[in-house]
Design a binder for this molecule. Sequence first.
Ligand SMILES: Nc1nc2c(ncn2[C@@H]2O[C@H](COP(=O)(O)OP(=O)(O)OP(=O)(O)O)[C@@H](O)[C@H]2O)c(=O)[nH]1
Ligand SMILES: [Mg+2]
Length: 296
Amino acid sequence: MAQSHGAQAHDGLGRILVIIPTYNEIDNIDMITGRLRVAVPDADILIVDDNSPDATGRRADELHAADESIHVLHRQGKEGLGAAYLAGFGWGLERNYDVLVEFDADGSHQPEQLPAVLAGLHDADMVKGSRWVKGGAVVNWPLHRELLSRGGSLYIRLMLGVPVRDVTGGLNAFRADVLRDILDAPIDKQGYGIQRDLTLNAHRRGYRIAEVPIEFIERTKGESKMSGSVVKEAMIRTTELGLKYRGEQLAAGFARARAGAESAGERAGRFVGAVSKAAHDTVRATRNNKGGAGES
Ligand SMILES: Nc1nc2c(ncn2[C@@H]2O[C@H](COP(=O)(O)OP(=O)(O)OP(=O)(O)O)[C@@H](O)[C@H]2O)c(=O)[nH]1
Ligand SMILES: [Mg+2]
């Protein structure tokens, strides 16, 4: 681990691992690791490469040879972003890192903004770098990408009741014990599904989620792996999850209403019983009093 250069806002959080999944990022890998080493010098880096045809994995090995805080996890072939992150999380949790971070290789996430995101963990269990809160922004994104991202987050928020503005955001930091717990619930391995599911699971399990504004910059080098089929998959899955969630909410509402009606019925029964007993007792007492009067 490298020496820390002076106090930073995220000091005291323990050992940090920044996980970077890569697929054909040969033009970005030096840039992103170099900037991260400067911006967050006390963090370790794990590159999770899916056997990139452009030899990103080989370059990652060279970076590891030159800097012991850069690690590499090689995988057999392209299995998607979610699978790469799950493998990276497993690697980091096994090695007892205290904080794990999701970070893209393409420069869309700026290493210089990571300290502010990490500092959010002092008061939260999960922190999302957010484009859609005050102070957040996107740079060089075509309108259709912005609409897709905003719309996707809104749809998830409405369907699943998650009070987070940038649900699909890919720059996320977790406390290790929180991550271990939320990985225990179902997680989609495809495209953006993993970001939705990690956020959803954290919310459902009652963890504090904070959103820290970031400026997201469209990649300038290499190719996007986002595709129409990934978006379609995410939409279908979100709709399925939403229908299940809303169905369960309705069923719980009915069950509560029924339980309420039953207990109201029981209360009414008890009331009628008490009234009739009181009436019965009064009649008996009146009769007894009448008898008593005759004797005196
Ligand atoms: N290991 C691995 N990394 C992946 C895979 N798909 C994408 N990545 C990496 O995940 C990060 C995000 O992927 P991008 O292609 O930038 O996708 P995106 O950010 O959703 O799309 P853009 O906004 O167009 O950049 C990058 O570092 C990619 O190299 C994959 O199947 N395996
Ligand atoms: Mg990207």
